[in-house]
Structure formats: C-alpha cells, structure tokens
Design a binder for this molecule. Structure first.
Ligand code: MG
Length: 193
C-alpha cells in the first residue's frame, strides 16, 4: 500500500462511488445520477493542486460528460463504456507519466477489483461489495455518494500539505462564484436569470 504522501493522482469509478449506486431510468432512456457536492469540491481541489484525476466507468451519458468537466477532469481522462478498468487505469497512469503505484483507484464492485489491485492505493466505500472490501487496501468509513471520495482526497492532500484554502478564493480562481463572475468568464448575457 502506497502512503498518502506518495499518491500523485486519482482514478474513480462512478456508480456506487460518486453515487450511492442508484440510477433513475427516464422514459427517454437516460439514467439520472445524484452526485455529492462535497466529493466534487474535493476533486476540483485535487485538480487545482496538480493531481490528475480520471473517471473510469462502464456507463455512458451526456450528463456524465458535463459532470466530469465541471469536476475539472480533462476529457482525455474520462473513460466511459470501459470494458476493462485495469487497462484504462494503466492507460491513464501512462498518459500522466506516473507509475500505477503512485495512483489511487476507488471502486465498489467486482469489475473494479483488477484496477484496485494494480493501483498503489485501492480504495472502496464502506458499502462496497464484500469481495471489493477484501481486495481494498483502504475501506472508507463513508458509503458511496456519501463522502468516500472526499474522505480519500482530503487524507491525501492533507498528508501533502495541499488541503489549504484562501477563504476569499476557495476555488483558486477556477470556479465562478457568482453570476456576475460567470457572465464575465463566459461572455453570456445573464440579465434575465
Ligand atoms: Mg461501481
């Protein structure tokens, strides 16, 4: 198991990790997922501090792409319709020039186990399936969609002295914190919002 001090990047499954695993199937065939804002703030903070982050999921949807972008995940690090998460995890590690031992992977179900075992830190939420809990080097106290990502990211960034914030700019300037700032950044006319 790699120490928190030595983790330089993160890769995450989506269903059961970012979410509680439930999906709402809509009549038009889309699947709706609930994300936890606390997890999302942690991922953005990791990205802002130079930790590359990847999303590796068997799912696919437009809303997942939008969510991934809002987290600060680069499109090239979003792996949807993943058939082999270990292959995609290793591809991500190579693409950011890191050894798998320097990267954490978070998963909750059987298809995640090979990637978790290839990672320096294989992490799962508290409510992962039994086989995954056995394979994990760290079982979070928090369930999927209820803070397991925040838990891991906080521990790693704190261990490396990166979990620090300027109260006046908690997004490090990367997040529009007002409608006015958003309008300025995007050039959109939001007078009628
Ligand atoms: Mg999952």
């Amino acid at each position: 198991m790699t120490r928190f001090e030595d983790i330089k990047a993160f890769a995450f499954d989506v269903d059961g990790v970012f979410t509680d695993g439930l999906v709402l199937a809509t009549p038009d065939g889309d699947l709706l997922r609930q994300f936890n804002s606390k997890d999302c703030y942690a991922v953005r903070t990791a990205v802002n501090n130079g930790f590359p982050c990847a999303i590796i999921t068997g799912g696919v949807s437009q809303s997942l792409l939008h969510r991934s972008r809002s987290l600060g995940v680069e499109d090239r690090h979003l792996y949807m319709l993943s058939k082999d998460k270990e292959v995609d995890f290793l591809h991500f590690c190579r693409s950011v020039g890191l050894e798998p031992a320097q990267v954490a992977f978070v998963g909750d179900d059987i298809p995640d186990i090979p990637a978790m075992e290839a990672a320096g830190l294989g992490v799962c939420p508290a409510d992962a399936v039994a086989e995954v809990r056995s394979a994990a080097s760290l079982v979070s106290l928090y369930p999927g969609g209820r803070g397991c990502i925040r838990d891991l990211v906080e521990r790693v960034l704190k261990a490396q002295g990166c979990w620090k914030f300027d109260p006046k700019d908690p997004w490090k300037g990367s997040h529009p914190d007002s409608v006015t700032k958003y309008a300025k950044m995007t050039g959109k006319n939001l007078e009628n919002v």
